[in-house]
Design a protein around this ligand. Structure first.
Ligand code: SF4
Length: 79
């Protein structure tokens, strides 16, 4: 997942990311692509999408991962 630069819309509280992938950047929140599993392994749907406005969170165009890769990442983060 990826937070676009719609700054005012993204001025929400830090969501409960199960992978601690979201941090407060300057000027916008940033998602660490190395930690984001699109919530695979933890939740049924991306938690950040529930907190931030829907048009504010978009799939990261630079990171295309299969569900299997996302699950493997989750397991490596929480192993
Ligand atoms: Fe965190 Fe899930 Fe959002 Fe990825 S999709 S940044 S794992 S809350």
């Amino acid at each position: 997942m990826f937070i676009n630069d719609n700054r005012t819309a993204c001025d929400a509280s830090k969501p409960a990311c199960p992978n601690e992938a979201i941090s407060v950047g300057d000027p916008i929140y940033v998602i660490d692509a190395l930690r984001c599993t699109e919530c695979v392994g933890a939740r049924d749907e991306p938690q950040c999408k529930l907190v931030f406005p829907a048009d504010c969170i978009v799939p990261n165009p630079d990171v295309q991962e299969s569900p299997e890769e996302l699950m493997a990442k989750y397991e490596s983060l929480h192993g």
